[in-house]
Design a protein around this ligand. Sequence first.
Ligand code: NDP
Length: 327
Amino acid sequence: MFNALVVNKDDEGKTSAAVEELSLDRLPEGDVTVAVEYSTVNYKDGLCIGPGGGLVRNYPHVPGIDFAGTVEASDDDRYKPGDKVVLTGWRVGEAHWGGYSQKARVKADWLVPLPKGLDTRAAMAVGTAGFTAMLSVMALEDHGLKGGPVLVTGAAGGVGSVAVAILSALGHEVAGVTGRPETADYLTSLGATQIVAREEINETVKRPLEGETWGGCVDAVGGEMLARVLGQMQYGASVAAVGLAGGANLPATVIPFLLRGVNLLGIDSVMQPYDNRLRAWERIAKDLPMDKLETMIQPATLSDLPALGKDILKGQVKGRVVVDVNA
Ligand code: NDP
């Protein structure tokens, strides 16, 4: 028997989430059974735990879009009992039972062996948000970062915090945009050299082109913020578009692309091929300072999740929530 956070849907379509004890035969099909140690709270998890079920495709459902743990049983030659593994993406926690559980059963193809230098807790302090931050940094590097400061929007959130820490560790000047001025010291401790108030970007004069300020950008916010940032990029600079915490509509013009050669790079962490995932996790182990990662962590247990799901949708979570599923 094991514990998991289960989301149920009643006949009227109302969803509710609670910790339940389940037997192993309830786990979905897969080649590898994992004793989960840690999971995290991402924006998508907030949607899946919350009313209406968000992205959930089947009920009852166990959310948790990422996890790290130890292989317990495996029908696949690549993994054997005792191996440490990490999972992000592949619609786990949406269409397939996820990490808010002491056990998970998944396809071997979805897993990555934990790289040297990361334990399961550190891997989930990074989690999907941090993995996506690293994919964003790699995409900016591939397109050539310009000389000016790199802007990170939604800086105090999960993707933003890890992006600030990685970019700073790589020697870039980093400007963090936040709507929470009280997080300035936290962002500075992660390596931000400049704190930009959310209104400074959103409420500037709304011209299609403004001063050439940023040498690159990791954008976790989308919407009006992304539209404004596009017009502030240096000539030929790139924006890695990660999220939509500030809205899905993009009220922009084509002018920054035509007159400044700005690149808008879409980042998707869900369907990344194995080699890319492995490369990103190895870069995380090498380039993300573990002491900074430690300062981002907010610990949680399975029973804390319904409340934390609400907080993340309101943009009230700072850094990374690490869920100890055995606590
Ligand atoms: P968080 O909630 O941890 O961070 C989002 C941050 O955005 C908040 O902390 C806040 O930062 C800022 N924010 C929130 N609401 C608004 C608003 N209305 N206007 C402006 N800024 C706002 O979420 P994550 O960092 O985990 O995820 C960020 C986004 O990235 C989400 O949309 C998520 O779905 C997406 N994502 C996409 C992935 C992909 O594969 N493409 C993978 C992972 C996440 P502050 O308080 O500093 O202003």
